[in-house]
Design a protein around this ligand. Sequence first.
Ligand SMILES: [Zn+2]
Length: 387
Amino acid sequence: MRLVLFCIKVFLLNLCILRECICSSTIDVLKELSPISSPSGFEDDMRNFLIKKWESICREVYIDNLGNVFFCMNCSVRDRTKPIVVVCVHMDEVGLVVKSITDDGFIRFEPLGGWLEIATILQKWIIKTSKGNVVGVSGFESAHVCNKYPSVPVKPMNKMFIDIGAKTKKEAEDMGIRPGLGIAPYQTFEIIGANSTRILAKALDDRIGLAVLDGVMNALKGKSLDVNLIVVCTVQEEVGMRGAKAIAGTIKPDIFISIDTSMSADFPLQVADPDGSGTKLGSGFSFFVFDGSMIPDQKLLEYFIDFANKNTMKYQYDAMQLYGHDASSLQQCFNGVAAINIGIPCRYTHSGNSIIDLEDAENTKKFLIALLSKIKKADIEHIVDKR
Ligand SMILES: [Zn+2]
């Protein structure tokens, strides 16, 4: 009996150590990603970082003319000897773009991606210039003068401004500012929660996807697979999945898997979804069964659900109208591509501060590693055959 208890203790200890190791690698990657500014259309710093981090674990790295990066794990980008499975994560983040500079040195802006006006007020920002990063704050009137603050109408985005400390337009220009420059939120990275299992940071949409990819790629490097595995990191997803549309110019995927965040609905203030039917943090990744941009391939969805059940993976379902992702762009290319979107639950997306649960990231990683290791050519032939 004592021996059994000892064995159980050792097993649980190993499990804890293993979990800590896995989570800490995700945290390490997220920490590295966190300070990078990568608003849509200005993903150069993120792209360079990822290439430097991953090129040694891939067979080939290819960058297309739009800036999407193809990390070919076990093949070349032109290799058609095995079915092509793509796992796709977008490397841009919601941001802003400089529209104009006022005579007294303030920056007018337009959104890059979907923002609620309220989420852009009194936030710190980084403007990427050729002379380096410029920090500023989106200003608003003080409570001293707006004593009925909640009733003060939020200004439309084109009336807002960023204060970079310049006194004149000339000063702002001398700091490197010009219309058309990308602007990203400027935030800290925090590990939060009683057990340090949650991350509070900017741009977890879709950096949690990139952190998951890091684990998947490292687990599968050098492994013999029945498919050609290509990881694609796209540009400009947040402005209408523009980067993903160019993927078809380079490869023709047989299966396309997009990994993006899902909007969790597990906090008190549910305006759009008072029934709280969205996903929940800590309840596993989600299969998008429907969204405004795509109905997934039904055979692919069934295959994934079946695989998750057989391997006792923790998952949930997601369905929402106001949502789009890269898989929807590829689904309609060529003569159609079997595509699916997998979500990692995230609170407060499209703002400067979002929260994810590390356990969901680990579940997603575990699922992808198992699935990509085991999927056979015959499975893909079955999925794409619509008779
Ligand atoms: Zn996203």
